[in-house]
Design a protein around this ligand. Sequence first.
Ligand code: AMP
Length: 514
Amino acid sequence: MGNIVGIDLGTTFSALAILNTIGKPEIIPVADGERLTPSAIFFDEEDGKTIRVGIEAINSRHLNAERSVRWIKRHMGQQDYRKLIDGKEWTPVELSGLILEKLKKDCAVEHGEMHDAVISVPAHFDEVRRKATMDAGAGIGLNVIGIVNEPVAAALYYATTRNVTGKVLVYDLGGGTFDVTIMDVTGHKMDIICSQGDHALGGIDFDAKILEILEQMYRGKLNAELITSDEDRAKYEDEAEDIKKTLSRRPVAKKMLYGAAGGMRAEVTREMFEEAIASLLSRTDILVEVALDEAELKPSQIDTVLLVGGSTRMPAIQERLTKMFGFAPEIAVNVDECVALGAALHAGLRMLRDNPDAVPPGIASGLKDISLQDVCNHSYGTLCAPVDKRTGRRVIENRIILKKNTPLPCEASQTFYTVSKGQSALEVTVTQGEDTTPEYVNRIATNRMELPPDRPVDCPIKVTYSYDANQRMHCTFEDMESQNALEVDLCLDKEGEAISDDTAEKNLDESKVR
Ligand code: AMP
């Protein structure tokens, strides 16, 4: 059999881990010997067929920023994002596939076939982004046997390598995303309680703040622009990241800046940086508070705070958490690697559950005491049109069918009724979000269901949503009388097109389910 693989497909770095013969996860270095691969792509100028991925892409991007791609994870699931290179429009799924392909090919050189894999995603990734991630893996021939939330993967690794017990809060701040997850851990048994997060908050936003400081300094002193081309921007983005990392070790970072009016020496202090990122850090504080509220816990009831992700090396993060919880967070040696390592463990657990005969005895024995109970990360519902008792008129409302934080796997059904005599079709909508007001939830899929002719009003339609252990959702709308059922493919509408807000609005107006 091939290796059991876990992949951290990160915003700034990616990594691949496999389970060794006794079920312990190990990071596999790529061809250039690095344990982490920058999630960067560069399309060679001279030879259009050569696509560089990883450190080579980072080194080449100053040559031609137009042909370089970074931070593609931020665009995952965006149906209208395309990168145009030599007449070809690359989608986020294809571009992410290039990064996965580099990891898969490089690691296979020494370790053989990479086939069954679990890929990690931010806990707060929605259905569309999760599906896009699985598609990226499938597109390069990986059998994606599961998706795991990054903080859960990290905690899985921590829980199997050190003694953590009680209520554990995982604070995961990486290159592009932030997640906070609370879980109950007893030995190697982990029950997830809840997750919160922001898929657009991470290291690259802190780099951007430093870049702003550098541009302001240059303008202030030399009355000219520091950055006048995309190549300059690419260069100073790297300089900004370097300054940020220096400020995690020292109170001041110094750099020479060369812009339109010549060179100048710049000094950025930790204080300046922390002031610039204060509002971003407040967003993480709020999400921690929301997660604690959801778990019905006070900070004093948390036993351990685990740090995950390269950005947690910033002293400001550690100081904030110490103040909030009254004790210092636990810092892993390899905050950048624990997600891939945990994803490999998750892949092993998945194989043991679904295909135990394919797991070698040594690996099975290494995993035998580990158990993980995950939860559904969002609430899912549908739009319906009940009659408002006060006005007697129908109003469009979001009705939650599957509630957030329900243990996985789970399934829930609700019955709705047709609203008019002779109703020949239903416009069905799947929503994600907590509110009853349609404007405050995301519509993640729409479809049309044809109904038999000449029927009275009030025919029952059973709506069933289930959520599997892969953190993927399945939806069925069943006409109880004819027993016709419609399986809704998330993120595609009836024509197989990605849903846009316009389509969703149209379907909302025509909604005939209550
Ligand atoms: P990850 O996605 O976990 O690999 O985290 C990558 C992010 O961590 C990038 O934005 C890095 O710039 C950031 N990072 C790594 N080391 C440090 C450090 N010493 N101080 C601040 N940020 C860091």
